[in-house]
Design a protein. Structure first.
Length: 152
């Protein structure tokens, strides 16, 4: 079932069950998708790949906000709990990421294949890995591992 259809059905079920938390998350995702659809210059198809990209970007934004609410301690506990719920909801639509060991091996392999030995070429390596594994890895993690490997 396409992700957009699944989101619509989830929204309908959440409204019927009076599950406002889930309904709010789905509405936000549908809003983000609509924003992407109507963005200036957008002409591509609305498929699962686009939805995964939209959901991934939203999850990343939630994770940044979660860090801020966690710093507030008791005052931000309720908001942090809601953000954790939203992040967990988003993750069910995203491909599973690579674990740290597999990612490290992938970065090493791509560095060897591209002949990258200088830390100044980290951007090229990160771009190559992200091109082939978009949605499975985080660019910040790839950069951190690449920096470690090339400085060693």
């Amino acid at each position: 079932m396409p992700i957009e259809q699944e989101l619509t059905e989830t929204l309908t079920q959440a409204i019927r069950a009076k599950d406002t938390r889930t309904a709010d998350v789905v509405r936000m995702l549908k809003t983000r998708l609509q924003e992407r659809r109507t963005a200036k210059g957008f002409a591509g198809p609305v498929d699962d790949a686009l939805l995964v990209d939209v959901i991934g970007a939203y999850r990343k934004q939630l994770q940044k906000a979660l860090g801020e609410y966690d710093k507030l301690g008791e005052r931000g506990a309720a908001q942090a709990a809601q953000l954790r719920f939203e992040i967990e909801f988003c993750e069910r639509f995203l491909p599973k990421g690579l674990d740290a060991g597999v990612l490290r091996n992938l970065v090493q392999e791509r560095a060897r294949a591209l002949g990258i030995t200088d830390a100044k070429q980290v951007g090229r390596l990160v771009g190559d890995v992200m091109k082939t594994h978009k949605g499975q890895v985080d660019a910040a993690d790839v950069k951190r591992i690449a920096d470690e490997l090339l400085k060693a």
